[in-house]
Write a protein that binds this ligand. Structure first.
Ligand code: ADP
Length: 255
């Protein structure tokens, strides 16, 4: 793949793609990649044509979550199709054990080439799993991709909310609409059927109110999320009747 020429970011055209949704978080570990993958699958389960682009160059998670590894471009053209979703990730090109040590501009170029040079074809939704924070790749993408909007993932804890606010500011600055907040790990449903709020509650709602954007959904903690993430079949697909799958299917109706 050829990297695009460096220069001023321009809004590129992706005429075959109806909606491009960036999934962002202020910091790592809040479940942004998990939300991106499961949201993509939930959209597909509603009958949409869906792509998932992993823009996390340093820490790609799409290959593991979809049970894939390095891909030979000569035999498998990009994007790679799995569970009905068109996928692109740095993890298809570089062994995850070989750390990518690139400076910001090169990372931003790689991300843009995923968007511009991969033949996404006709899609109803392209979900972009952004790297955490507000670095080069995020800025380049938000400035040059024709994003429909961004979904900001947070957890109920204060530290996560402080970082999420920074993410919201970045989208405001680059004038990308924030579609809303998703609060992950909001609660846990015990064997007794009761709802336990492990990390306090209402943080996502507070952030949404503060920013004047919708609260799109609260996703429960489910220990099977990690197991599914490692097994190549995200929870929405593996346990499609679970309460968490229901929460994702509901989320996919409102993005
Ligand atoms: P990020 O992309 O924000 O760094 P990940 O999606 O990689 O976060 O999630 C971090 C860890 O938390 C992973 O091990 C994932 O399986 C786990 N996880 C994410 N969401 C949930 C959840 N709702 N319940 C239980 N574990 C979760």
């Amino acid at each position: 793949m050829q990297p695009p020429q460096p220069g001023q970011p321009q809004k590129m055209a992706l005429p075959g793609v109806k909606h491009i949704i960036a999934v962002a978080s202020g910091k790592g570990g809040v479940g942004k990649s998990t939300v991106s993958a499961n949201l993509a699958l939930a959209l597909h389960m509603h009958g949409h044509r869906v792509g998932l682009m992993d823009a996390d160059i340093y820490g790609p998670s799409v290959p593991i979550m979809f049970g894939l590894g390095l891909v030979d471009q000569r035999t498998t053209p990009f994007p790679v199709l799995k569970h009905g979703i068109k996928l692109m990730s740095m993890g298809f090109l570089v062994d995850p054990n070989q750390a990518v040590i690139w400076r910001g501009p090169k990372v931003a170029q790689a991300v843009m080439s995923f968007l511009a040079q991969v033949d996404w074809g006709v899609l109803d939704y392209l979900v972009i799993d952004l790297p955490p924070g507000t670095g080069d790749a995020q800025l380049t993408l938000t400035q040059s991709a024709p994003l429909t909007g961004a979904v900001v993932v947070t957890t109920p804890q204060d530290v996560s909310l402080i970082d999420a606010r920074k993410g919201l500011r970045m989208f405001n600055e680059v004038r990308v609409p924030v579609l809303g907040i998703v609060e992950n790990m909001s609660y846990f449903v015990g064997d007794d059927g009761k709802r336990y709020e492990i990390f306090r509650s209402g943080g996502g709602q507070k952030l949404a109110d503060e920013a004047g954007v919708p609260m799109l959904g609260e996703l429960p903690i489910d220990p099977r999320v990690a197991e599914c993430g490692d097994s190549g079949e995200p929870i929405v697909k593996r346990y499609s009747e679970s309460p968490i799958a229901a929460a994702y299917l509901k989320l996919a109706k409102v993005v």
